[in-house]
Every structure is written in C-alpha cells, then in structure tokens.
Design a protein around this ligand. Structure first.
Ligand code: HEM
Length: 343
C-alpha cells in the first residue's frame, strides 16, 4: 500500500478531511435502520484488501498528523498515559504484538529486526529508529506501551485479569470520547462501564465480560462503537471539556455538513501471551456529514438511526443539543426507500 500521509490538524483551524478513498473505507457502524446496544463482537480476522479490517492495526492517511496530535496531548497532560507497576510484562506483550504486526503488514513503513532479545525498530514515516533490549525498559526512551502507542493510531487500554474480572491497569488515551483514563485506572469492567445507560439492565455487560474472560490467545475479536463530535477533534476528553464542550452550541442548519462528525471506534481485543492480560484498542475514525452523504445508503440510514435513537443514548453520547438540527439536515437525503441490511 502506498499511503500518502496528510499534513492536517485536529484542533484550532481543523484542517482534517478524508480523501475519497478514506470516505469509501470508512467503517459505517449501522447494520440496520436503528441502533441499540448489543454484544456485537466478531472475530478480528483479515477483511477485504484496502478495508479498515485488512490488518490488525490500521494505519491510514491520517497517521502522521494523528501521532503529532497525540504527542501534543501528552506534552500538556502526562496523566493520559498510565501503567501500574505490575503491568510491565503486559506492556512488553503489547509492544511485541504491535511491532510485529506493523512490520509484517506495512514493510515499506516499518522494519523490525530481532536477534534474541536485541531488537532494532525503524519507523520511517515518523523518522524513529531505536535499538533496544526486549524486556529491559531502560533501553527505550519511554516505557514499552507508551513507546509503541506513540507510533500506532488509536487509544489503548490493557486489562489485568484476576478475581473473574478485568481491571484497567494500564492505558493511553489522547483521543477518547469523553471518558478519563486517570479516573478509570484501577477500576474493573463493571465499574468503568457504570455510566453507560440501558446496557447493564439488558445484561450486555454480564455477557460481554463472560465472553472476554475466556478470550483465547491468537483469536482476537472486534466490535464497533460510535458517537458524534463537533469539528474533527480527536481529544474530546473530560480533562479538556472546557475547550470542546462549548462547540456543541455552535451547530446551525447552515454548518451541520461541515461541523457535525460521525465518530466510529473500531475496538479490538487481544489476549496477550506472557501476562494473560487483554489489550483493547480503540481506533477512532471521523467523517463529516458532507462526506458521509456522498453515499446515499449511508445518508438515509444515518437519518433513520438518529430518528429512532433512544433519548437515554442521545443524552449519554452528548448529542442532544444538536440532534434535531442534524436530523432535519439529513432528512432531505431520506427518500423513503429501503436500505439493504448491513450494506
Ligand atoms: C463504554 C472501556 C469492552 C460495551 C465504555 C467506556 C469505556 C469502555 C472507558 C466509557 C464509559 C464512560 O462513559 O465513562 C472498555 C474496555 C473494554 C470494553 C477497556 C475491554 C477491556 C466492551 C465490550 C463491550 C462494551 C466487550 C460489548 C458489549 C460498551 C458500550 C459503551 C461502552 C455499549 C457505551 C458506548 C457509547 O454509547 O458510546 N467502554 N470497554 N465495552 N462500552 Fe466498553
């Protein structure tokens, strides 16, 4: 793949946009005309060439700018990356998984040479090269999880498994949809999911946890989640709410197409080999309404999903304020025709 990395911003002047190819491969998350929470987990196996599922970790045209935004967030707020001391082995597992995947899947961008525990890593797009000793954190400029996730799109958490539960004991979150790593670190699966409405009563989290506790090494799984964001901003964290919360009040019928973005998270889960921890990747994709409606099937379905969204979900996702204006803007694309299931 010959990716041209775009030079763009996710803050201030917001120059982010998607190329026609990126619009086409955007992971549209609705498989029917309405949306409800469910345990929508499937095997994380290779998808069609060029799709976001082609490789376990998707590197796209936004990579270099995305990583630049991550570095900015970390510079301003070091609490966005945290790892409890007992997670060091899981950090090395994570580094190994990401490095071997990227070097195998994008050989033109990444190279990994291994000679026993002496490793040599080259990242051409970010101009990074390091020789280090696997297992010896003092030979890297950052701890292993931070080192590799500064070079891989998506937020990540690593959960320790004990007492029949998962504990968020490490992670990096610089592009999250309004949840805080600093608040959640050390919590278990039910605790960090506590704010989510309707899903607990529906048994979604009981089933999801049971499934994850039995997740096997070598058989990763994935699911999609979504929300909406005003402007193509990656860092919509509670820590910076004062910077982006106010944007929600700026949506008008004239600027919906440009300002309102669908934000889809491709979430994948891996059992890690040495630590038995679970790596959770949250890879976010943004698309503005003007780009989304270039596909009539998507436009029609987006309108119907927003029309039938339970108010509790709209409230939790923080989209109440501009929901009506977005629905009205989308209505002109809904010709009443049926849209194929899961197109
Ligand atoms: C939301 C983490 C796995 C379903 C969330 C939130 C976090 C999170 C931090 C935000 C909660 C808040 O408002 O503060 C994780 C981690 C997982 C995991 C670390 C794995 C280790 C799953 C799985 C499911 C799931 C397997 C499948 C049912 C949800 C749902 C929401 C949510 C439905 C609400 C999302 C929304 O409406 O935007 N998760 N999660 N999670 N999670 Fe998970």
């Amino acid at each position: 793949m010959n990716t041209i990395f775009k030079d763009e911003t996710f803050r201030d002047d917001f120059t982010f946009s998607n190329s026609p190819a990126a619009i086409k491969r955007f992971p549209f998350p609705y498989w029917e005309d309405k949306y409800r929470y469910s345990v929508n987990i499937e095997p994380h196996v290779a998808g069609p060439k060029g799709s976001v599922y082609e490789f376990p970790f998707d590197i796209d045209e936004h990579y270099v700018s995305d990583m630049r935004d991550r570095a900015l967030v970390l510079k301003e707020d070091p609490t966005r990356v945290q790892a409890l001391p007992h997670m060091m082995l899981a950090q090395w597992d994570t580094l190994e998984l990401i490095m071997t995947s990227l070097a195998r899947d994008y050989p033109e961008h990444f190279t990994l040479e291994r000679n026993g525990d002496d490793w040599h890593w080259i990242n051409r797009p970010l101009r990074i090269e390091n020789k280090f000793r696997f297992g010896d954190a003092s030979t890297l400029p950052y701890e292993p999880m931070e080192y590799i996730t500064r070079q891989c799109q998506g937020d990540f958490t690593i959960s320790d498994q004990r007492e029949n539960n998962l504990w968020m004991d490490a992670g990096i979150a610089t592009s999250q949809a309004d949840w805080s790593l600093d608040f959640d670190v050390g919590m278990n699966f039910m605790e960090w999911h506590a704010p989510v409405p309707l899903a607990h009563e529906a048994g979604v989290f009981d089933r999801a946890l049971k499934f994850l506790l039995a997740l096997q090494y070598g058989k990763p799984v994935r699911r999609l989640n979504w929300t909406m964001t005003i402007n193509p901003r990656l860092d919509t964290s509670p820590e910076n709410y004062h910077k982006w919360g106010v944007d929600r009040a700026t949506v008008t019928p004239e600027n919906v197409g440009d300002k309102v973005h669908l934000r889809v998270e491709l979430q994948a889960l891996w059992r890690l080999p040495r630590s038995n921890a679970i790596l959770f990747s949250i890879r976010a994709y943004l698309i503005k309404m003007n780009e989304l409606v270039t596909d009539l099937n998507r436009a029609r379905r987006m309108h119907r999903v927003l029309q039938t969204l339970p108010p509790e979900l709209a409230e939790y996702k923080g989209i109440i304020r501009y929901l009506d204006v977005t629905r009205e803007w989308l209505a002109k694309y809904d010709d009443g025709k049926p849209t194929p299931l899961g197109f």
